[in-house]
Design a protein around this ligand. Sequence first.
Ligand code: GLU
Length: 424
Amino acid sequence: MVAEKSTEKNNITDIDVLAPTQEVIKEALEKLGYSSEMYDLLKEPLRMMTVKIPVRMDNGQVKVFTGYRAQHNDAVGPTKGGIRFHPNVNENEVKALSIWMSLKCGIVDLPYGGGKGGIICDPREMSFRELEALSRGYVRAISQIVGPTKDIPAPDVFTNSQIMAWMMDEYSRMDEFNSPGFITGKPLVLGGSHGRETATAKGVTIVIGEAAKRKGIELKGARVVIQGFGNAGSFLAKFMHEAGAKVIGISDAYGALHDPNGLDIEYLLDRRDSYGTVTKLFENTISNKELLELDCDILVPAAIENQITKENANDIKAKIVVEAANGPTTLEATKILTERGILLVPDVLASAGGVTVSYFEWVQNNQGYYWTEQEVEDRLEKVMVQSFANIYETSVNRNVNMRLAAYMVGVRKMAEASHFRGWV
Ligand code: GLU
């Protein structure tokens, strides 16, 4: 196997994601006629907490982990966003991720601002017991600034419903109440919502359908390449396959698989591990770089940041690129793809299905009344179709690329709310 030692390590620490995010926020605010004071307020999170979490490891020694929680803007409502467990987590990344969450909440019109958390760790090398201790320790460390009406966490890269369950339990013990609304992405029996696990992929699927319509591409038979086989990538492969598309390429952190006749998605789903690793089972793999440049109709980066850059943007052959991951395309690459006539659906729109159903979960927790899977799906569909149309029209009417259009739509509500509150 051509083992590409982890695309996750590619560029991610050397390309800063915060500065380019701020650049687009600035441009969006200017286009909307806001002052530079508004930019000064929104360019960084309002709050950023760094914590140290001591965990007794299985070998008996204590390891001290570093974690973060960023709260970008709470003018609209409590902040909301996932927690990632990853070796490359860093301060600027968490800050940028919290800004992206604000934008997502604005785009799908939720009563939230954005937040994000991260812990520098590699959960693939940790035992279940160590992960539980780390999850509980993190909640204790950030407990002062989070809560069902302050900041509501959720899953992100390498965290899942089990981790949400431990975190909810830890918070509930401290709070001395059962507090399901503290966190979303929980198991169903603990107040999770139907459809939350598949929500990001469902949202991406709906957005792909809308983008394909605009580009005159028939989904049935369309050739799809998906980078990443985690929560978003694997369910997306399933939904694309069910929609009659041909998934000709997928990848994980260690390499990629390609079959121009379509991969056996059911088999791959069956064999993937809980971190989305599956390519290690195969001899004939290609690299993640080769995967992105495959001849296809729709390319979905669903892994991590900075995958499409100015180095490879000219070699992308897809007609539509849909960002299921957060931040997979750099600003230079966004320009190149747009100039080449490729329809780029930005992350803050494409991946907003996750937080949308998280909101549904929180509403159900607050009401103590639970919805059916069909109710969740119907509402999600409506939100994603409307949000896509809104951004597509803004992009056409204002003659700006889809990323800038998404930022313009996403930033408006929090700027208005900050203004009404008298902050700026
Ligand atoms: N981590 C997901 C995201 O980046 C979901 C956040 C949430 O559900 O609150 O959108």
